[in-house]
Structures are given as C-alpha cells and as structure tokens.
Ligand binder design. Structure first.
Ligand SMILES: [Zn+2]
Length: 470
C-alpha cells in the first residue's frame, strides 16, 4: 500500500472500509480523515471529504525572517471532480498566518486550488476540456460538474482570452496567416437593435476581427491592427452593397478590389424588390375587388423566392409519390406525400402578372451571371438585367437598377475573384445559433470571443469519446 504514503497523493481515510475504495486523489498535502455524504439543493448526493492540509515549515517563514503564527483557520470548502452523478467537495481548515514581528499576514497556499475559484485544479481542467470540445452548452457543463453557470462562463472567457488575445486580454491576436480574400459583414447583437461587424478570412472562414457598430472606423481599426505589410497580400474584399466598408478599404489600400457577392445581392433582391412588389400587387388586387387573387398571392412569398429548378424537383418527387414525412402506426400518424403542381402554380401566378414574370426572369439571369468566370461576359449579362429592370418602370426594380449601376465594377469583379457566398452565410448562421443557445451574452466581449472560437472549430460528426476526454 505504498501509494497511500506517497507525498503526492492525499490519503483517503474512511469510515467503513467495506463501502469505499482507496484511490489516489492528486491533492498535494491534503489528508482525508473522514468522508461523509450529504444531499445538495438539487437533490444530488455530495461526497464531502473532510481533512487537513499540511503546512510546511518554509511557508511559515516571513519575509522579515521570523516564523509566522497561525492566526485563524476558518473552514474552506472547495469543489472537486464529480463521481458519476454525485458531486464531491473538500472541507478543511484554511490557515491564516500572521507575523508577530512585522505584522504581515497571508493565507496558506493551496496547491490544488484553481486561481480565482473555489474549485480544484482537476475540476478546472475538466471544465476546460468540456468547453474545448464544444459539444455542451455552458448550462449543461454546469449541471455535469456541479459548479454555477457563471463560474463556467468565467472559466470559458479566460480560456478564450488566453487563445485569442494578447497583452493581458487588451488586444486581439494577429491573424494566423496572410489572407487573400476578406469578407466583411454586420450582424445583430442580442437585443436586435445594435449591430456589430466581423471581418473574416474567406478561404479559412476564420473570424479575424469583431467590433461594435457598422462604421468605416472598424475597417481603419482593423488595418491598424494587422498592419500594411499584412494587408499587402489581400486582393479582394466581399461586402454588402448597402455599406460603405468598401470605400474605407479603398481609401487605405487602393489595390484591393471590392466584390459584391451573390449572397448579398440575392438578399437585397428578395427583401427590397420581391417582397415589396408582391405587397403592391396584393394591394392593387384588393382595390380592384379581386379578393381571391389577392389571397392567393399572400401565400406565394415562398414560391416567388424559390428557384424554378427547386419547384421542378418537388413536382418530380410528387410524380414519384415520394414520402416527405414518414408516418407511424405507433403514434397513429400518416405518411405525408409531396404535393405536386408547384411549377404550374408558379406559371399561373406569372401569367396573371407580368411584373412577377419579370422578377422571375431577373432572378434566373442573376444566378446565371454569377456563375460566369469572364468579366466581359458577366458585364453583358448584368447590363441585360439592368435593361429589363428599367423597362418595367416599377419603382422597386428601378431601385435595383440603380443598385446594380452604382456597384457595377464590384459586381462583375466576381467573375475574376471567385468568392463563394457560403463562408459568409455560414458565419451568419453560426452567430445565430450562438445567440439562440442563450448564454444570455450581456457580455459582448465573451460573445465576440465565442464567435471567433466557433469560426475555427471544424465540425466532426460523432467525435470519438477519447478525443473529448483527453
Ligand atoms: Zn514578518
């Protein structure tokens, strides 16, 4: 039984030897004299390991050279690793020392306690491992380990600061590599009124910079942060047409080509043109007393915004009698089969309305234009789209005409700089997921660090469990 006497392990003395195992505790200097069980507020069992902590003679030595006295020794309560569903803690007198000579005071050092929290190093490490794996929410980790959610958040924030900041958390790290293509986009903060902006490396998807607001100053600050030498490798930046970020980039780094990507152009078209035209049409039909047609139009937002190929695919599935939702005899639900006639409905909508037909045409042509890899050909295709918009005389399509006109160069640059919309869209989705997970995030700094971390995580399906525990 050598290991019990080994200095590195505390000794687990027990009340009834038949009910307990002797295991190494890795709690240096701690001597377990008794272990009792109690019930926590949550109803879970708590193993309370009572004991004492060695006080080495050298720790009692004051800086003035005299030997310090033990002034008081209040009990300290430190959480330790849980055992299955049971929580565990250590309870021992914590020596408070005082020098009779100079009057200096200090608390005895506890080698196995994590800094800043009443938990052991071992528990702290376990929480860090769970956070690092990214599988659980903070709330779930709090439940697994028995510590409070705020403690988990504190630990996570420090962990992220150590990875993504320097100078004691006051500065973000420099990007890990030089980027060729950047993406810049804004996103809503949790209250939905304020905005923040992120800059990503479009090849890796890594978020490199996040800042409150949506002003040009963000771009200036980012360039200051990475430096001109780093910026010299950037060839293009993808952005939304409704921002002035591209101007800020061009002012500082004239060689950078702004590119207006497909994701943002479609978003603008859907939100500012299709939705508006549909609303106008509905209003017109109601005014003309054609209530039935107006009602029909009300449900067509989805149909109008989806591509013809999507509708055709659904109709093909309907023809093939495809089951889209499996029924169950156990729960007495029936199979739901794909309904057909999607494309026919679309066509009849278009026939009733010439303007809707134009929207359809613009959408199809836009998708085709963005698949082109030759700037001259893409320019031709965009001019064609602009002509169609202008010919309608419709105010929303004229707005879109102007949008294309004012951003023409940046749009056709897409043919040269193949910038996929996927990475930008992916980051936006991840931000939404994070916000929904509801860590509350009244703490922007924590939220932003979490976004940076998430952008660097590769999703692995069914991660092997030893990877999580390592
Ligand atoms: Zn002293």
């Amino acid at each position: 039984m050598d290991y019990i006497r080994t200095e590195a392990y505390g000794q687990l003395a027990i009340t009834q030897s038949t009910e307990y195992l002797l295991i190494p505790s890795c709690l240096y200097g701690f001597h377990n004299t008794e272990t009792t069980t109690g019930i926590a507020k949550s109803g879970r069992t708590v193993f309370c390991h009572k004991g004492t902590l060695d006080l080495p003679e050298e720790e009692r030595l004051c800086t003035c050279g005299r030997r310090m006295h033990i002034n008081t020794h209040p009990d300290i309560y430190i959480r330790h690793l849980s055992i299955g569903d049971n929580l565990s803690c250590l309870l021992f007198p914590h020596n408070q020392l005082r020098c009779p000579g100079c009057g200096a005071t200090k608390s005895q050092h506890i080698s196995f306690k994590a800094d800043g929290h009443l938990i052991t190093e071992a528990l702290h490490q376990y929480i860090c491992d769970l956070l690092e794996a990214g599988t659980y929410t903070n709330k779930q980790i709090a439940e697994l380990t028995g510590v409070g959610e705020n403690t988990v958040k504190d630990i996570d924030k420090k962990r992220l600061q150590s990875i993504y900041t320097t100078d004691g958390g006051s500065k973000l790290i420099k990007p890990e590599r030089k980027a060729r293509f950047l993406g810049i986009d804004e996103f809503k903060l949790h209250n939905g009124r304020r905005y923040a902006t992120h800059i990503i490396d479009l090849e890796t998807g890594h978020v490199l910079w996040i800042q409150n607001g949506k002003k040009k100053q963000i771009v200036y600050d980012f360039i200051d942060h990475v430096g001109m030498e780093w910026m010299s490798s950037v060839e293009a930046v993808a952005c939304d047409m409704n921002s002035d970020f591209q101007e800020a980039f061009e002012e500082k780094c004239e060689w950078i080509q702004p590119v207006f990507d497909y994701f943002h152009i479609v978003k603008n078209f859907n939100d500012k043109v299709i939705s508006e035209v549909r609303k106008d049409e509905q209003r017109r039909l109601y005014e003309e007393g054609n209530v039935e047609a107006a009602r029909a139009l009300k449900k067509t937002r989805y149909i109008l915004m989806s591509n013809r190929s999507t509708l055709q695919k659904k109709d093909d599935e309907a023809t093939a009698n495809r089951v889209v939702h499996k029924g169950s005899s156990l729960f007495k639900t029936e199979d739901i089969k794909r309904k057909g006639g999607n494309e026919a409905k679309y066509d009849s909508l278009l026939n009733e309305n010439k303007l809707l037909f134009t929207l359809d045409l613009v959408k199809e042509k836009m998708s085709l234009a963005y698949s082109m890899t030759d700037e001259a050909k893409m320019a031709e295709a965009i001019i064609d789209i602009m002509d169609i918009c202008k010919a309608t005389g419709n105010k929303h399509l004229l707005w879109f005409y102007n949008l294309l006109d004012h951003h023409f160069e940046g749009i056709i640059a897409h043919a040269t700089y193949k910038i996929s919309a996927g990475k930008i869209e992916g980051i936006n989705q991840k931000i939404k997921t994070l916000r929904r997970h509801g860590y509350g995030y009244p703490d922007d700094e924590y939220f932003f660090l979490k976004i940076m971390d998430m952008s660097r995580k590769v999703y692995i399906r069914n991660q092997p469990s030893h990877k999580i525990c390592d």
